[in-house]
Design a protein around this ligand. Structure first.
Ligand SMILES: Nc1ncnc2c1ncn2[C@@H]1O[C@H](COP(=O)(O)OP(=O)(O)OP(=O)(O)O)[C@@H](O)[C@H]1O
Ligand SMILES: [Mg+2]
Length: 143
């Protein structure tokens, strides 16, 4: 799926459509630079699952877990795990935080901003690339 977004609201609406395709156990990595709209996208994912908390970049806390307020037959998930790996230096640090057992767990939908080289192709199920085509347009590709 791909979409050309011209405002945050559109990114959120597209993210809701993407979220409807996600399942527990999925690991989604984001590719896209600073301010490309990764956290805005996450607001749409949270909205689809009726999570009412405010979604903020977990840059300083590294990871946040939300309980889904809506489950679908397709998703079969109970939690959304939102990680920002920006400050993570390596796999060891990830393990030390206790995230190994949560990432990709059956009832968990995991979304990772700034996965850097910590997550290889075999580690994730989907990739979302956000790219600034020009100041008004952002191309979002969901694979
Ligand atoms: N079409 C759009 N989609 C998403 N965000 C947009 C769009 N147009 C403008 N913006 C603005 O761009 C910014 C995107 O910020 P956001 O925190 O979502 O990005 P990010 O990729 O998570 O950044 P960071 O790398 O700092 O975590 C917001 O201020 C938002 O209002
Ligand atoms: Mg962010």
């Amino acid at each position: 799926m791909r979409y050309l977004s011209q405002k945050p609201k559109e990114t959120i609406a597209f993210a809701k459509r993407v979220a409807s395709r996600l399942r527990g156990g999925d690991v989604v990595v984001f590719a896209g630079g600073l301010g490309s709209g990764k956290t805005t996208f996450m607001k749409g994912v949270a909205k689809f699952f009726c999570i009412r908390q405010v979604i903020q970049s977990p840059t300083f806390v590294i990871a946040k877990v939300y309980r889904l307020k809506r489950n679908t037959a397709r998703a079969r998930a109970t939690h959304l795990l939102h990680i920002d790996a920006y400050r993570i230096m390596g796999r060891t640090q990830l393990s030390a935080l206790g995230l190994d057992d949560l990432i990709g767990a059956p009832g968990v939908i995991t979304c990772i901003e700034n996965p850097k080289r910590l997550f290889r192709k075999s580690d994730y199920t989907h990739r979302i690339a956000l790219q600034l085509v020009n100041p008004e347009r952002r191309l979002i590709v969901f694979q």
